[in-house]
Design a protein around this ligand. Sequence first.
Ligand SMILES: [Zn+2]
Ligand SMILES: [Zn+2]
Ligand SMILES: [Zn+2]
Length: 197
Amino acid sequence: AAICRQVWEKVVEKKEEAPLNAFRIEPLFARELRPLYVHMHNPFIPEEDIVTFLRRYVDVQGSGTKERDEKGYWTGRRRFLVRLRPGAAPEGGVVHPPPAFSIGANGGTVRYPGQPKVCHRCGKEGHVVATCPSKVCRKCGAEGHLAADCRAVVRCNLCGMQGHLYNVCPDRKRTYAEAAATAASKKKESQSARRQD
Ligand SMILES: [Zn+2]
Ligand SMILES: [Zn+2]
Ligand SMILES: [Zn+2]
């Protein structure tokens, strides 16, 4: 893989020059299986929800593993194996997941080899949040206004769909208590339906 990277760096250097500028170049190793590390500030977010979020951007293989320190304590990070997806034409390349994200009100970060250095606020390269020139809305993710001025309809940051938030997202992993409550209310419904017969 190291030799691939060296060749690829040479190619990137010369991509504006003939004859390489005549081709759209995509590194094949960019789609290799690679480790991806997720750190959620709230450790109680279920792994199923993290996977649901990641699947919007990357192909996740298998389940995550909790990273442990020398004493065996969980560091708060999970390691996944993922494959990046090819990007849309004309830019090509691969799709990169956002380096910082939220699930509901819970923030998290994503790290993986080959991750571009981008601003955690606007997602652009070349600067960091402290010097970010753009206004990015925390509510809808759009550029050009802040959350207080947001007129967008609500968008779920777990599944990316409009019209609902994380706490009622149909893709969200239900806790045992919630699943039990739903089952109990279904039972009550069917009992009262029977009584009406
Ligand atoms: Zn920025
Ligand atoms: Zn907005
Ligand atoms: Zn949702």
